[in-house]
Design a binder for this molecule. Structure first.
Ligand code: KIV
Ligand code: ZN
Length: 385
């Protein structure tokens, strides 16, 4: 089975969602959860953007041990220096630098000729490589770039020392067939392409990010980038939990494996939603409140007779407690503690007592406590813990 690396950018591209602003403690909490989920790479921020971002990336890099921690930089020396400042404490410092390659971006945004863009990329990759053992380079707006030019600059980027090449669909314009073909084209037309990993990075402007990411995998991508719950600029990035569950559920078709621990998905999703304030739509695939709910009589009857009639994934797969015992004001500490454990929370006695008190207060006001209420209470305690 081929293995795909999962690269999470919730803390960078995800934080670029309008209205989202995470502090260092919140970022650290999310990074720890992403590590538990088994992310291969965590993009922790953009250190040149602000001293706060630099500080958060540094803290994450010195805490996280089982995922590789990286950060974003433009092809600018001071950005690379800021990233080094933040990441030098990491076990294996890794940087992600990017430069736009589409005609539109080169002409209007960068105001550079294609030749100047190649020179800048090569020079900055070499500089980054003098500091970092691992350099990832992104051709921003790769999908809308001239293919022959893209192949040329990718070849030069590899010669300059990049070991991961990212091919973003920055504005979510690609269709699955075209995005897959672009990976195939690069595999066939860049002579040194087999020296590097190819990465897919899809935005969801036309609702095709998951399909595009899967098409890239089918055509040779070794790494997929995205966010939890698909948060990110505009319509967001690809939702990594959807890609992971699609690969798992259709392993008969894809034959792909990853390092992810799928039963940490629900918890990751709830944490990101709570800390960013971005509500998950009820019918969202995999993590929506209704993802496992059956409303029609025919469906309910079918599921009671045999769950696979209408369920292709189980709540347990993603760590959703299927236990339907209702918690309310008459529930005891034991039931509460059991449910917290089932949801994956490992709180100390004091935090658990505080959470139980919060739960009782809420139960006095509300007839039935929902799973969402419990996530909020328990996550708040965990943050204080
Ligand atoms: O969407 C994009 O092109 C990006 C780059 C910075 C990689 O997020
Ligand atoms: Zn992006």
């Amino acid at each position: 089975m081929r293995k795909i690396d999962f690269y999470d950018t919730t803390l960078r591209d995800g934080e670029q969602s309008p209205g989202v602003n995470l502090n260092t403690a919140e970022k650290l909490e999310i990074a720890k959860q992403l590590e538990r989920l088994g992310m291969d790479v965590i993009e922790a921020g953009f250190p040149a953007a602000s001293p706060g971002d630099l500080d958060a990336v540094r803290k994450i890099a010195s805490t996280i041990k089982n995922s590789s921690v990286t950060a974003l930089a433009r092809c600018v020396k001071s950005d690379i220096d800021a990233a080094w400042e933040a990441l030098k404490v990491a076990e294996c410092p890794r940087i992600h630098i990017f430069l736009a390659t589409s005609d539109i971006h080169m002409k209007y945004k960068l105001k550079q000729t294609p030749e100047q863009v190649v020179n800048t990329a090569v020079e900055m990759i070499k500089y980054a490589k003098s500091l970092f053992p691992v350099v990832q380079w992104s051709a921003e707006d790769a999908f809308r770039s001239d293919r022959a030019f893209l192949a040329h600059i990718v070849e030069q980027a590899i010669n300059a020392g990049a070991s991961i090449i990212n091919i973003p669909d920055t504005v979510g314009y690609a269709t699955p067939k075209e995005y897959g073909e672009l990976f195939k084209y690069l595999k066939e037309n860049v002579p040194n392409i087999n020296q590097v990993k190819l990465s897919a990075h899809c935005h969801d402007d036309l609702g095709m990010a998951v399909a595009n990411t899967l098409a890239a995998i089918e055509n040779g991508a070794d790494q997929v980038e995205g966010t939890i719950n698909g948060i990110g600029e505009r319509a967001g990035n690809v939702a990594l939990e959807e890609v992971a569950v699609a690969l798992y559920t259709r392993k008969d078709f894809y034959n792909i494996q990853s390092n992810l621990t799928l039963n940490e998905i629900k918890r990751s999703s709830q944490l990101v939603s709570q800390l960013t304030g971005m509500v998950i739509q009820p019918n969202k695939a995999v993590v929506g409140k209704n993802a496992f709910a059956h409303e029609s009589g025919i469906h309910q009857d079918g599921v009671l007779k045999e769950p696979t009639t209408y369920e292709i994934i189980t709540p347990e797969l993603i760590g959703e407690a299927s236990n339907n015992l209702v918690l309310g004001k008459h529930s005891g500490r034991h039931a509460f503690q059991d449910r917290a454990k089932l949801m994956g929370f490992d709180l100390d006695q004091e935090a658990l007592n505080n959470a139980f008190k919060e739960f009782k207060k809420l139960a006095d006001r509300k007839k039935e406590i929902t799973t969402e209420d419990l996530w909020t209470i328990l996550t708040n305690q965990q943050l204080k813990d």
